[in-house]
Design a protein around this ligand. Sequence first.
Ligand SMILES: Cc1cc2nc3c(=O)[nH]c(=O)nc-3n(C[C@H](O)[C@H](O)[C@H](O)COP(=O)(O)OP(=O)(O)OC[C@H]3O[C@@H](n4cnc5c(N)ncnc54)[C@H](O)[C@@H]3O)c2cc1C
Length: 536
Amino acid sequence: MNQANQMDEAQLRQAQMELSRILSGLKHEVPIYLFTRGGHNEVFNDAARQALRFFRQLTDKIVLREYDLSHEMAQQMGIVHSPTLVFDPDRYNVRWLGAPLGEEGRIFLEVLLRVGTGNSDLNEASLGVLKKIDQPRNLKVFVSASCPYCPQQALNALKAAVAKPDLIALEIIDIQANADLADQYGAQSVPQTFANDVLTALGAQTEELFMSSIDKLEQQTIFIPESDATEVDCQLVIIGGGPAGLTAGIYAARSGLKSVVVEKGVLGGQVALTPVVENYPGMKEVGGKTLVDIMVTHALEYVQIFPGEEVVDITPGDPHIIQTSRRKFRAQAVLLATGASHRNLGVPGEERFSGRGVSYCATCDGPLFRGKKVFLVGGGNSAATEALYLHNTGVAVTLVHRRDRLKAQDVLVKQLIDNGVPILFNTEVKEIRGENRVTEVVLYNNATDQSAPQPADGVFLAIGYDPAVDLAAKVGLELTDEGYVKHDNFRTNIPGIYVAGDVAGGFKQIVTAAGYGSEAALAIFEDIIDPYWKKE
Ligand SMILES: Cc1cc2nc3c(=O)[nH]c(=O)nc-3n(C[C@H](O)[C@H](O)[C@H](O)COP(=O)(O)OP(=O)(O)OC[C@H]3O[C@@H](n4cnc5c(N)ncnc54)[C@H](O)[C@@H]3O)c2cc1C
């Protein structure tokens, strides 16, 4: 035996001793059932047997049984893939489709340890998320022998299955041994995780994000720990986690105000609904969801965010009492950044082609239609401004208005005429048509009662916004004639209550909402902190 072989043998013995030491921590027996079908996947069947034999040498806690796939036990358990390993089926629902090869050896060891000790080893935050899951989750984690990231994701899934065996079932699936399943799920890269057949992760996640993704049944990219507090004291409560609210949070907290952001729906507000943003400075083209993640991650450096929580009432006073669906906040100042939503036309094709030719924002999407023919629906100042914007961007725009004159200011109407922007009066868009994108609109002339299809590459809608002012109205904030919250430099008619972003009117853009959010936070800083400085 040469020196190199002696070294290898010594290292192997040392590794085995270390594994024996680790496995001596198993508290009880780990029954493992191996199901195989002779002549099918033999390489993997043998590899599974060898791995099991290897681990059995190291601990007497493994109790192994092997069955043919034709055995009634396989039928009872619904097992059809060879090889399949089933771990301690009386306690858990953990299966392995394939054999623990390469990197998967690490996962196999973890399965033995978790199943053999009953200890999921989950951290508190993850256990908190898992506690919320009250419906079954069938997890599938696709892995491969050469994937160094797979053990982490498989371990996350295993911990969930061990912590909640009544609701969580797990299949760890080797894609080489189960090419049919990998094809069926489109799992061409690993690790990939499905919960109840919904893709919840591409790649490995942190433990908390994994639990959050299987809870919400969609891939989560940011984990925000939940708070159990029923009452929270702070200086500023920001209502709304869109760009205005998040920016205000960053500015307020950085200026020393203890601030929180409360968001009832999806963090990011309207940005989370935007497929691609092309006009946010510093980012030539960025997905709306990605921009939201960047903003939220940044805001979390400074402010506590309370997601999934609606502010239902505000009682002005000193302090203001802010009641949410989950708790009560007491704060010196409140900032409303509740946003707005654009109005819909409500015609066939509008929803189907939204983002594929139908747009609600000329400033956002206009450049995509340069040299193309579009109809812009509306008759007010926004419609006229947006039509001029499109015209100046090089878009062949026709304004469509259902009345016989525009509501827009004379100066804007004159500019439309001077620039030769065609206007169709008494005309309504009745239908938007196309295959994958808009190709045609049906125009109806309400004066002549005639309809006709017209070729079109796009339809822009500028028929107004509905600002989210229910809460503002309930508290008694004054509104403008257009229905936005009235303010003087972000200060409303109730002292200590402020407003920013789309709900305050003005331009409705991400960058302006962020700008207004920062200005409002600085105004609040002046009102709350400055007076104390001035007194000193
Ligand atoms: C489809 C689409 C595409 C767009 N594209 C672009 C673009 O490319 N570029 C651009 O600059 N702008 C774009 N915009 C506009 C831009 O997204 C908005 O102007 C901006 O998001 C407004 O920010 P905000 O923070 O004021 O409000 P919002 O983004 O509307 O956020 C307000 C938040 O407040 C929350 N909220 C409301 N009431 C409560 C309550 N009672 N309790 C707790 N939370 C509450 C809401 O759930 C919401 O998340 C687009 C808008 C849409 C809809």
